[in-house]
Design a protein around this ligand. Structure first.
Ligand code: UT7
Length: 334
């Protein structure tokens, strides 16, 4: 039995940080950010003490406002974030408590920008195995509170934004529709190219003032190296998924890539030799929302009527780890 995404929603906090706002904090310009990334603004929780579990509550409420499934019917939660509310426990259980989804199983996913695609893949396996029937998949991030809004951190700080997405994954009896396959990869050789370099509390004696003075508590990205890998891994893992399903790029209705950088999206489009409107982009509005980005993009593509029943849809992501992953869907409107 296949699984499918019954519906999906998203939420972004109200406050907007524009490129002009960043110009006041660091040596940068709207022109540089727009031309290098395509980003014009990103959303932020600002001074509100909110974590990814709070944004996820909002996106989940929006999801249940539009579907005829009851919250009590949810039998499992998968929560993807790289900016957890607390070190322990994971945001999944914090979110579960806030939603009143007591006693069901919850799984946290920490695959950075690939978090949503990994989470969809895990949900698909649980449905195919017959273990669960209504899995809530969440991707949520609060990044703007941990960025280095200083010229020293400008290569990374301009990229990220806050947001959340919630999807319901459930079984379908329609043969050959829904999530067809997922393809997951990782290469830990590149851990130091993107991430927070401050050690975790389990590494005895390593968290100290020096870490803070060296700005290691801020997320760091070796942009050029990440870019170089991204423009190869995105098309590779798309081709892998299509080939596994005996599909060609001409069969694809829409590619929904993780919103990392508009130049990466354009490079993917050129590499696949498809028209611009076949690769979705909304990075100008939200920046890179890490584990929420693919879900927010999928939600907006549906809102804009860019996805029809039976369309082949490719979800694809690349990021910290490095992780890279794709899911091939045959869209199922039910
Ligand atoms: O979601 C996870 C995956 N993430 C990605 O895929 C991100 C991939 N990387 C990128 O998107 C790009 O590498 C960035 C947008 C992060 C950076 O763009 P770039 O074209 O690779 O710039 P760069 O880091 O090579 O820097 C070029 C120049 C440098 O100056 P010099 O050394 O040439 O004088 C930087 O210091 O631009 C400077 N620079 C900036 N200038 C103005 C770096 N950041 C900024 C900035 N404003 N914000």
């Amino acid at each position: 039995m296949n699984s499918y995404i019954k519906d999906i929603s998203y939420y972004v906090p109200e406050k907007i940080i524009t490129n002009n706002d960043l110009e006041k904090l660091m040596d940068t310009s709207d022109e540089w950010i727009t031309s290098r990334t395509g980003i014009k603004q990103r959303h932020s929780v600002g001074d509100n003490p909110l974590g990814p579990s709070d944004l996820a509550v909002e996106s989940t409420k929006k999801l249940f406002d539009k579907i005829d499934v009851k919250l009590e019917d949810i039998d499992f939660v998968i929560f993807a974030t790289s900016s957890p509310d607390t070190y322990v426990p994971g945001s999944g259980s914090i979110f579960q408590h806030k939603m009143g989804l007591n006693n069901i199983g919850v799984l946290d996913i920490r695959q950075g920008c690939c978090g949503f695609v990994y989470a969809i893949s895990v949900a698909d396996q649980f449905i195919k195995a017959g273990t669960y029937k209504n899995i809530l998949v969440v991707g949520s991030e609060v990044q703007t509170t941990q960025l280095d809004y200083d010229t020293k951190g400008r290569g990374t700080a301009i990229i990220f934004g806050d947001g959340a997405t919630s999807a319901l994954v459930r079984p379908t009896k329609s043969k050959g529709k829904g999530i067809l396959s997922s393809h997951l990869h990782s290469d830990g050789k590149y851990i130091s190219e993107l991430g927070t370099m401050v050690p975790s509390p389990v590494v005895k004696g390593l968290i100290n003032k020096k870490n803070i003075d060296n700005r290691e508590h801020h997320i760091f990205m070796n942009g050029r190296e990440v870019f170089r890998h991204a423009v190869k891994r995105f098309p590779d893992v798309i081709r892998e998924g299509l080939s596994y399903n005996n599909l060609n790029i001409e069969d694809v209705g829409l590619v929904i890539p993780h919103q990392a950088n508009y130049r990466i999206t354009q490079a993917v489009q050129r590499s696949l030799k498809v028209e611009e409107n076949k690769v979705f982009s909304n990075i100008h509005k939200y920046g890179n929302t890490t584990a929420a980005s693919v879900g927010i993009a999928l939600s907006e593509a549906i809102e804009q009527n860019r996805i029809k029943d039976n369309d082949i849809i490719v979800l694809v992501a690349f990021g910290a780890g490095f992780y890279w992953a794709s899911s091939i869907l045959k869209w199922h409107n039910e």
